[in-house]
Each structure stands twice: as structure tokens, then as C-alpha cells.
Design a protein around this ligand. Structure first.
Ligand code: ATP
Length: 151
């Protein structure tokens, strides 16, 4: 029996489907969650999450959040999450450059703003690295409709 997996971000349902294993970026390292896992509630760090099912792998970036595991279901509640094939590289690059510029400009004593911008920069770097490493493996989905579907 597979495990049911849902990835929910602040603004949408990012993924819903079956999995043979879900590999989660846990706060203390990667956790591989198999069906019939003991119930668990844990926090995630920024990182890459993988859902494997019947030999296929979907890869997501998650910007922190929590993971709830039940024997037959795993729910990921992430601050932001996206499938690597949905990542808009130009947008992430722009966000990265904007954040780097702001970090150079803000006064050092403004720690709150610094941390906020640093967080944005980490998200952009994560998206860029994950898109480069894992992106483009599902060309139909990443480029929208296939030729046949456009008719
Ligand atoms: P930007 O400044 O480009 O809006 P951001 O860091 O402010 O980036 P977030 O707050 O991390 O954006 O995310 C807001 C929403 O936009 C989330 O749903 C996230 O999945 C999505 N998102 C952000 N950046 C990208 C991207 N480069 N490609 C695809 N989706 C993105």
C-alpha cells in the first residue's frame, strides 16, 4: 500500500498523490518516510523534498514548514513550495539580485530587515540550485501544454 502525500503551501495545494517513499528535508537531516511509518510531527528546513512512486520521482523545493506523518498519509505544510519544473528561473534570479543589492544597502543595525532579506535570498538560491540540478525532467509539464494538447 502506498502512502498518500499532500504538499500544501500558504497559497495553494502544490501536490496530492500516492508515494512509495517521501524524502523530507528534516531539521536534523533528510528523512525517508515509508508507508506505515509511526505518527510523527516534525519541522523542516529549507531544502528539496522528493516524492517517489512506481519508479517516478517528483522533486519540490520547500521553504521550511512542518511535516505530519500518519501510517497512511504524509502532509507537508510549507511556507512556500513549488515543483522544480514550476520554478521560474528568471524570477528567482531577479529576486536573488534584488535581495543581494538590498543586503548591501541596509544599515547594519537594522537586524530585522537584514534577516528578512536574507531569508528571501536563501529561498531564491534554493530555487536556482534545485532548478539547475533537478529541473527539466518533465518537459511536457514544465513547458505547459504539449503540441498535441494545444489544438
Ligand atoms: P518574488 O520576489 O520573486 O515574488 P519571493 O521570495 O517573494 O519571490 P515567496 O514569498 O518565496 O516569493 O513565494 C511566494 C509565492 O510565489 C509562492 O507560492 C512561491 O511558490 C511562488 N514563487 C516564488 N518565486 C518563484 C519562482 N521563482 N518560480 C515559481 N514560483 C515562485
Amino acid at each position: 500500500m502506498p502512502i498518500r502525500c499532500e504538499i500544501v503551501s500558504q497559497d495553494r495545494l502544490v501536490y496530492s498523490g500516492n508515494a512509495d517513499i517521501v524524502i523530507v528535508p528534516g531539521i536534523t537531516g533528510e528523512m525517508g518516510i515509508l508507508p506505515n511509518h509511526a505518527p510523527l510531527l516534525s519541522t523542516m528546513k529549507y531544502g528539496v523534498l522528493k516524492v517517489r512512486y512506481q519508479g517516478q520521482e517528483e522533486v519540490f523545493t520547500v521553504a521550511g514548514g512542518v511535516v505530519e506523518v500518519l501510517p497512511d498519509a504524509i502532509t507537508i505544510l510549507a511556507d512556500a513550495a513549488e515543483n522544480v519544473d514550476e520554478i521560474n528561473v528568471a524570477r528567482a534570479q531577479e529576486a536573488k539580485e534584488r535581495a543581494e543589492k538590498l543586503l548591501r544597502e541596509i544599515p547594519p543595525e537594522d537586524a530585522d530587515t537584514y534577516l528578512k532579506i536574507e531569508t528571501t535570498l536563501r529561498r531564491s538560491n534554493l530555487r536556482l540550485e534545485a532548478a539547475k540540478r533537478y529541473g527539466g525532467r518533465h518537459p511536457i509539464r514544465s513547458h505547459g501544454l504539449s503540441e498535441g494538447e494545444k489544438e
